[in-house]
Design a protein around this ligand. Structure first.
Ligand code: NAI
Ligand code: MG
Length: 340
């Protein structure tokens, strides 16, 4: 395999702690890699007047894959500031947001057993196109769903279900929608997903209303394999799912586009614990595992996941999941278990 190039964008707050931790893990893997550092975020904005410098865009483009920590957004509007991750999702048309949710050996921290699901969320359309307006006493938001957007997200979902099936998972895609009410928008999404399903006879397609799915996620998350849905439903359900398996500190995600893919822990910059050395690096490190899978080295991804599980099972955990270990201790413990 050619050298793996990864653009590392720590961002703000604990991003500065968890991305370097993930990069130490990358360097400890038996794999030729190169880490290219880039800047983005609030600190960057204050220094250079832009939260997402052109140079960062060029470095991400050149590497093709990036690890992103988190950025702090000011709570009031600041002229010229725009969230870099939203900017990058748009710039690189990162249309698929992947949120795998898998049980970890963390039952004391409220992690449910037997969960292994993947939420595939459309990342560019729906209510997030930002077409909101006010007409007198009425506020209106437009919901945009296209054939192209629905097709490409459905293809990602069915392809990933196929890959997972090859690893012994059920091979079932559940299409989540609310077409009984949103007959045009979700009607289109549902129809296109069912059409794409025809090209994947080896994968079982089923559909479920999104409200029922929210209930089943809490009641019995083990019944799901891959779920595919529109942007806003996916946003809500994926945070719900993260809550089933230990919360924000351990949840990874991927943003996938045609030419670029960006991997990031789900959490934000956590200003309340930033600089204390106790940020949980597991979300960032599991995001690195997603990057390795995307880069075509699934055996490295599995090795990494195994090391994370063994570390957590040994009770080496940061305070957010009930432990006493520091970021550095957890990272060192994971590196120490990479050999298997
Ligand atoms: P947050 O995820 O930063 O923190 C929420 C709570 O979870 C805090 O108590 C924090 O200490 C804890 N937490 C989060 N990640 C943790 C980790 N890895 N280890 C241990 N504890 C962890 O969300 P919050 O507080 O709503 O937002 C803080 C800042 O982050 C804001 O400026 C927000 O805009 C930004 N943010 C950025 C995101 C991104 O860049 N993708 C995503 C979410 C929030
Ligand atoms: Mg969210």
């Amino acid at each position: 395999m050619p050298k793996l190039r990864v653009c590392a964008i720590p961002g703000d707050g604990i991003g500065q702690e968890v991305i370097p931790a993930a990069m130490r893990v990358l360097q400890a893997l038996p794999l030729e890699s190169e880490i290219v550092a880039a800047e983005a975020g609030w600190d960057c904005f204050q220094r250079y007047g832009t939260a997402l410098p052109e140079e960062t865009i060029q470095l991400v483009t050149a590497c093709g894959r990036a690890m992103f920590g988190a950025t702090s957004s000011p709570s009031t509007k600041v002229a010229g500031y725009r969230s870099p991750i939203l900017g990058m999702r748009q710039q690189f048309e990162l249309y698929a947001n992947l949120r795998p949710t898998k049980s970890l050996p963390l039952s004391e921290a409220g992690c449910r057993a037997g969960v292994d699901l993947l939420i595939v969320r459309e990342n560019t359309e729906d209510l997030y196109v930002g077409r909101e307006r006010r007409e007198g006493d009425t506020a209106i938001a437009e919901r945009v769903i296209t054939v192209k957007g629905s097709q490409r997200i459905a293809q990602v979902a069915f392809q990933l279900a196929r890959q997972r099936k090859a690893q012994g998972k059920p091979g079932v895609v559940t299409i989540l929608h609310k077409a009984n009410v949103l007959k045009e928008t979700d009607g289109l999404f549902r129809q296109v997903c069912l059409e794409v399903a025809q090209d994947f006879p080896d994968i079982q397609a089923q559909e479920m209303l999104v409200d029922a799915a929210a209930m089943w996620l809490v009641k019995d998350p083990t019944r799901f394999d891959v779920l595919v849905t529109t942007n806003m439903f996916g946003d809500i359900l994926s945070d719900e799912a993260a809550g089933l398996v230990g919360g924000l500190g351990v949840a990874p995600s991927a943003n996938i586009g045609e030419y670029v893919a960006i991997f990031e822990p789900v959490h934000g910059s956590a200003p309340d614990i930033a600089g204390k050395g106790i940020a949980n690096p597991v979300g960032a490190i599991l995001s690195l595992a997603l990057l390795l899978e995307h880069a075509g080295v699934p055996e490295m991804a599995q090795r990494l996941e195994g090391a994370v599980e063994a570390t957590l099972a040994a009770g080496i955990r940061t305070p957010d999941i009930g432990g006493k270990a520091t970021t550095a201790e957890v990272t060192a413990a994971i590196i120490g278990r990479l050999a298997g």
